[in-house]
Design a protein around this ligand. Sequence first.
Ligand code: DC
Length: 219
Amino acid sequence: MKVAIDGPAGSGKGTIASILSKKLNLVNIDTGATYRCVALASLRNNLTLDSKEEIVKLSREIDIKIDLDNRVYLNGEDVTDEIRSKEVTNIVSPISSIVEVRKNMVDLQRKMASNNDVVLEGRDITTVVFPDADYKFYLDASLEARAERRFKQNQEKGIDMSYEEIFENIKARDYNDMHKEVGALKRTNEQIYIDSTNMTIEEVVSEFIKIIEGDKNES
Ligand code: DC
């Protein structure tokens, strides 16, 4: 079974995918983490956004792994926390706009998902990575709600970013993520649309489960 979830930054995809994976016994693949690893590796190699060719080469050479506890490894090193840093967050969207980087990451994501029942979350899962997924969701929320959620999450993780800084970062990423040449975040008629602005996490999870389980019971 493949469950695909797309949506903008802070819409709750990560939280929902993680809970669903446990409840439905699925492997959880956070595809944003793969782009964040390319961004971190680029920073560590002092590459700026002008060095596209080097970034593409790096995206081919680095080893990215995500384990069953959702820990993320870059060339064997646990970078789960470091890929959420402000520095990575600020450059990840333009890095993920590089077409060849996307090609390498999409190949990797498909490989990670092969032979497994999976839930994948990202921006182009329902449209590019697995357009034939069994369930395709678009999880949304207002910009204000998403900035507020990310602000609270960052505070818990000790990441020092003001609400205004997060609001502007998410707004800029929304625009960039929706206007990419390849793999842009899009709404389609095939997705099940859920707006979580005024919903609790439990309510969103139960909506997902109702759709997935309800469908199973019908067939
Ligand atoms: O989900 P996230 O915020 O960790 O994702 C980080 C960035 O990676 C996001 O700004 C857009 C990009 N991304 C993408 O282009 N395609 C995906 N499938 C997932 C993430």
